[in-house]
Design a protein around this ligand. Structure first.
Ligand code: SF4
Length: 398
């Protein structure tokens, strides 16, 4: 097993004494990004290999707030190419999503093509096993090899609420550098004795030992509130944030979303280990009156079943991939389900591997529920995609 962590940021002027975060607002995401990046001296990148890591984890259209705005990615490519860097884009999406298809659907393939920028499916090659000596919930990562091969790694997330991690921003976006299904493992960990937080959040803090990006560009053009990371509602903020201390950038983003990094477990747990600054009083936001851009984001509901009367959601030890599938499915196909189960007062739907017993007639979603397949309709996949659920249900009914 290798020992690896992303090197110290080369953009040293930015963290000389206090972490700096630059905010630019306006209607045009491209111009905002160019202006925000102009505040950082990128000249070090000349002749260097730069890997841009946007959030292209799902099949979602540009402007939905689920994946990074292609205009933010376009501006990031232009800014680095302008200083003479060799720029590529890399992603390892959630399980069940094809990387190259995600680039196309999200509009990122188009802006990359226009700029002759290579798109990399980071799941294509074999992983590298990396040890995490400080790890509490996990002691190693299966890393996409590109992360070790590029001189500069740039995290470019979109600002979103997240039902398991509170928010998902530049640090959490780096989870998309974990190879294929190894991402899912972080959702299935046992609880950690003595740490009163979800093991997923502890694991993301563990991951931060190795995966702190050199630069973070947070897309706050159209964001996502409520049921993030995929079933929430778009929210226009019209801003872009840039900084080299990923925790400082995330902390400022949290404030703008109406929360605080001190309440976001993966951020405060990592900051306690000295991985970055989340104390807003110790961060220099270089934009005057930056708090005027704050818009309170709707929190994700604590219990997804409450939002879906008529459904009994049986969720035991599932991961967010299956939850997202289910939530999207419920959002789009409630009428289909009610017609499918006309006599049920409450439709039972199960996800996750922790069920001992399930009621007869349960719709079992995802491979984790396979042992209950005889109880009702079973949808295989890890996770299954929403369209597959309908397809299988229609076949089963025949
Ligand atoms: S089947 Fe669903 S809950 Fe189980 S590991 Fe796969 S994505 Fe996670």
């Amino acid at each position: 097993m290798e020992h690896f962590k992303i090197s110290e940021t080369p953009f040293l002027g930015e963290i000389a004494k206090r972490s700096k975060v630059h905010l630019v607002s306006g209607k045009n995401a491209y111009d905002n990004t160019i202006e925000a990046l102009s505040k950082v001296d990128l000249s070090y990148a000349k002749g260097k290999k730069v890997l841009l890591k946007p959030n292209v984890g799902r099949l979602a259209l540009a402007g939905a707030g689920v994946t990074t705005n292609p205009e933010v990615v376009a501006a990031s490519i232009d800014a680095f190419q302008k200083v003479g860097a060799e720029v590529v884009i890399g992603e390892s999406p959630i399980t069940g999503v094809n990387t190259m298809e995600a680039y196309e659907v999200t509009g990122i393939a188009q802006v990359a093509k226009e700029r002759n920028c290579l798109l990399i499916d980071m799941d294509a090659r074999k992983f590298v096993d990396v040890a995490l000596p400080d790890g509490i919930a996990i002691d190693s990562l299966k890393l996409c090899p590109e992360i070790m091969e590029y001189d500069i790694i740039v995290s470019i997330p979109v600002m979103k609420m997240h039902m398991h991690t509170g928010v998902t921003l530049a640090m959490k976006n780096m989870k998309g550098c974990l190879w294929r299904k190894s991402k899912v493992k972080l959702h299935m960990l046992p609880s950690v004795e003595g740490v009163n937080e979800r093991p997923l959040n502890i694991a993301i803090a563990d991951m931060a030992y190795a995966l702190r990006p050199h630069l973070s560009i947070v897309d706050g053009s159209t964001c996502l509130e409520g049921l993030g990371p995929s079933a929430g509602s778009p929210k226009d903020l019209g801003i872009v944030l840039v900084g080299v201390d990923v925790f400082a950038v995330d902390a400022v983003a949290c404030e703008l979303m109406g929360t605080t990094a001190k309440k976001v477990p993966h951020l405060y747990l990592a900051a306690e280990r000295g991985y970055g600054e989340i104390d807003i009083d110790k961060i220099d936001v270089t934009t005057d009156n930056w708090r005027q851009y704050t818009k309170k984001f709707e929190e994700p509901p604590k219990n997804i079943a409450l939002n879906h009367p008529g459904f009994n959601i049986l969720d035991k030890q599932s991961c967010s991939a299956c939850q997202s599938t289910l939530l999207l499915f419920l959002k789009q196909h409630t009428d289909f389900l009610k017609e499918y189960y006309p006599k049920e007062e409450k439709i039972n739907i199960a996800i996750g591997k922790g069920h001992n017993e399930l009621p007869d007639g349960t719709l079992c979603i995802g491979n984790c529920t396979i042992k209950h397949r005889d109880k009702g309709v079973f949808i295989k996949g890890c996770p299954p995609v929403s369209s597959k659920i309908i397809e299988i249900m229609k076949i089963e009914k025949r």
